[in-house]
Design a protein around this ligand. Structure first.
Ligand SMILES: *Cc1c(COP(=O)(O)O)cnc(C)c1O
Length: 354
């Protein structure tokens, strides 16, 4: 820390991304990326001619990308804002809908970025414990007066909240925004997007990082009533008007338009998830019911930290959180079938002590 660091920056709680080691080739099952390359249509969109246009600024309105997203979800462009990953969209939302006198509530076990952004904006954060079985019960949020942020499916558990419960939350207090982070919804959750037309206080965020194989493209978006989107644009134009770069605008629109490829990838992940869960359970693991592209699992023999370290020595990265309530678990991203078979082989060798 330098002697120049502001008091505000000293109070930050930076997010720790999953490891991206460069020292050796790992089977990477630690950051919920897709094991599949982007759609071939994405590759076609990224031509040399388009790269030459990088000397020009990107479209600040993200017009073509927002139109593709709106078309896919049966909404209009006024319902959409795109960002440099959904992390940026979440930041816009925290800045727009929370502040003095209006804090944010989120689960004690959820995406770590909510905590980091609440600290960045100096917000009052209420951490609401998940129930004993890691389920999220909206009863616990009904009377919270500020902004509610829910990941659905949740991370790192993979568990879902029914949309009927989210409706209750939206209706209980129309004067409060509910942000539903649907980063993983394409792998099996029930989406709140159809509710966007009905509720003026619902903001749904999604990302192309997981189900559309574009983590490195950094493309996220939010869907909501036009007034909410206008508020988010107010923040965006105060921060970074050209927030999505030219190549990502093209990649994102192409990915959104390739429905067949998208469905094929999501189906493969769901099949591999079912296979992996069964294999883990057969080896004595407790596995939480996941609707995401990862499993949250606990070995009956090895503590989470030890399992994480042993797998890393064997060339497989999984995510371990050194945190109360979940220290015994590891989060395993669903990769290709070959990757999951390699994981099982290493778990078997570990058990056999070879
Ligand atoms: C991965 C993830 C995001 C954001 O990803 P981006 O790459 O910034 O779009 C948001 N929320 C949750 C719960 C995530 O796991």
């Amino acid at each position: 820390m330098s002697r120049f660091l502001s008091l505000e920056a000293q109070r930050l709680a930076p997010y720790t991304p999953g490891e991206q080691p460069r020292d050796q080739q790992y089977i990477k099952l630690n950051t919920n990326e897709s094991p599949f390359p982007p759609s071939p249509k994405v590759l076609d969109a990224l031509s040399r001619a388009e790269a030459e246009k990088l000397c020009l600024y990107s479209d600040p309105a993200c017009g073509a990308l927002n139109a593709a997203i709106a078309g896919r979800y049966g909404l209009s462009e006024e319902n959409v804002i795109s960002g440099n990953g959904s992390d940026e969209i979440l930041a816009f939302a925290f800045r727009a809908f929370c502040g003095e006198g209006r804090g944010a509530a989120f689960a004690d076990i959820t995406y770590g970025f909510y905590e980091a952004q609440a600290a960045l904006f100096g917000l009052e954060a209420r951490r609401v414990p998940l129930r004993e079985d890691f389920s999220l019960n909206v009863e616990d949020y009904l009377d919270f007066p500020g902004t509610v942020v829910l990941a659905n499916p949740n991370a790192p558990t993979g568990m879902t909240v029914p949309t009927a419960a989210i409706r209750r939350l939206l209706e209980r207090d129309p004067g409060r925004v509910v942000i539903v982070d649907e980063a993983y919804v394409d792998f099996g959750g029930e989406s709140c997007v159809p509710l966007v037309r009905e509720y003026g206080n619902l903001l749904v965020t999604q990302t192309m990082s997981k189900s559309r194989s574009l983590a490195g493209g950094r493309i996220g978006f939010a869907l909501g009533a036009p007034e909410l989107i206008e508020d988010l644009n107010r923040v965006k134009y105060s921060f970074n008007p050209y927030n999505v770069n030219r190549l990502s605008l093209l990649a994102g629109a192409a990915a959104m338009e390739d429905e067949d490829y998208f469905r094929t990838c999501c189906r493969a992940v769901r099949d591999n998830r079912a296979w992996t869960a069964a294999e883990l359970e057969a080896r004595g693991f407790a596995v939480l019911p996941s609707s995401a592209n990862f499993l949250f699992a606990k070995s009956d023999r090895l503590p989470g930290g030890e399992l994480y370290r042993s797998l890393k020595e064997r060339g497989i990265l999984v995510r371990w959180f050194d945190k109360d309530r979940i220290r015994d678990f590891v989060r395993i991203t669903i990769g290709s079938r070959e990757q999951m078979e390699a994981l099982m082989e290493q778990i078997d060798r570990l058990s056999a002590g070879t």
